[in-house]
Ligand binder design. Structure first.
Ligand SMILES: *Cc1c(COP(=O)(O)O)cnc(C)c1O
Length: 373
């Protein structure tokens, strides 16, 4: 059986990568802010349209380091979303803060700005929203709320590499919003360094602090300023990033073709809801989520998921279960406080999405979805 996985990592031609890493075999400098690392930092700053950034070993550590950078009161509450990858919540809890879960909007699964203020207490120290599936949060309203209440805003931007938002008449990179924005360059993301991530900052001074924080808190050979872990990116990952960055626009263009074909094939199927496309946003087509209304569709999400699986098609229930229903969190948080997130998690499934997914495969997948049993 011809199997189709839910995603497929972007990789350069082997000769391009070998070429890129060959100098490392001469220098023997393979980590600790080497030549590839420095070049990737510069390139990404330009590509993402941010003032400053520092690379990390993965997206999760980018979140933890962002939280340690801002000098927030320990034990404070951070308003976040339960509709995310568990990393966002883990970063908050592992850093000694208390997550407070705000519900999401049905139209794009991002944090609902109308529901943030009711969650603010005297213990609130920050807001950590997530741009979900490549769709940007309402950064304007969230920014205003943060400002009004003196709260820092840290975005989990793991899904929005290369996304641009039309903001006050200007196209701006997704990493340029909030006090800090964190990316993941994991193998399954639109842009990868195998494992990797970055914290985007407002200025070079902050980026330098991130650089110290991701390196045991070391400022120079004789000065250790912070009690911090090791979260550096190595040269082989940075080299992979340099190669992948050369092709990422072409990859996004190919993803757009897959996206357009999916939309054409799925738009008239009753009970299958898609997230609407926005005019004020250039998407990266990171994921293709479908939401199954079991009454209208005649089958529930889990049934469709199994049917796809039986035919060799790997879909993913992403994000399901929602974070507050996971074993490690369900005794501490009340899932009934975020009913929209609960409903979306119970009906969502992301279907295969990657640059080289063929039109024939899209047809095969959409035919299975169209022909209920
Ligand atoms: C991938 C992802 C992360 C974690 O990134 P890693 O690079 O895997 O550590 C965090 N948040 C979200 C929303 C993600 O999708």
């Amino acid at each position: 059986m011809h199997k189709i996985l839910v995603t497929r990592s972007s990789m350069p031609d082997i000769t391009e990568y070998v070429d890129e890493i060959s100098s490392l075999f001469e220098s023997h400098w393979i980590t600790n802010a080497g030549e590839k690392h420095e070049e990737l930092t510069d390139r990404l700053r330009d590509y993402l349209g941010v003032r400053a950034l520092s690379l990390t070993v993965n997206g999760h550590m980018a979140l933890e380091i962002a939280l340690s950078l801002l000098d927030l009161k320990k034990g404070g509450e951070i308003i976040t979303t339960p509709f995310t990858f568990v990393s966002t919540t883990h970063a908050i809890v592992r850093s000694g803060f208390t997550p407070v879960f705000c519900d999401i909007r049905e139209e794009d699964c991002c944090m609902d700005p109308d529901k943030i203020e009711e969650k603010i207490t005297e213990n609130t120290v920050a807001i950590m929203p997530v741009h979900v599936y490549g769709n940007m949060c309402d950064v304007k309203r969230i920014g205003e709320i943060g400002k009004k209440h003196g709260l820092k805003v840290i975005y989990d931007a793991a899904h929005t590499f290369g996304v641009k938002l039309l903001y006050e008449g200007e196209w701006r990179g997704s990493g340029s919003f909030g006090d800090l924005s964190c990316f993941s360059f994991h193998a399954t993301k639109v842009f990868n360094t195998i494992e990797g991530g970055a914290v985007c900052c407002r200025n070079e001074e902050e980026a330098r602090m991130v650089t110290e924080l991701r390196d045991f808190g070391i400022a120079d050979e004789e000065t250790v300023k912070y009690i911090s872990p090791n979260a550096k990116m190595n040269e082989f990952s940075a080299a992979m990033g340099l190669c992948n960055l050369r092709h990422v626009d072409a990859e996004i263009e190919k993803r757009k073709k897959v996206n357009d074909l999916y939309r054409e094939r799925l738009s008239d199927i009753k009970g299958v809801r898609l997230i609407s496309e926005r005019q004020d946003q250039k998407s990266n087509y990171a994921y293709f989520p479908v939401f199954i209304d079991k009454d209208e569709y005649g089958e529930d999400r889990d049934r469709l998921f199994s049917r796809l699986g039986e035919k060799g098609i790997g879909a993913r229930k992403y994000f399901y279960p929602m974070v507050t229903k996971l074993d490690c969190y369900r005794d501490s948080y009340d899932s009934s406080e975020t009913p929209v997130a609960g409903r979306m998690a119970d009906s969502v499934m992301t279907i295969p999405m990657y640059a080289d997914l063929s039109p024939e495969d899209v047809d095969k997948i959409t035919e299975i979805i169209r022909n209920r049993e």
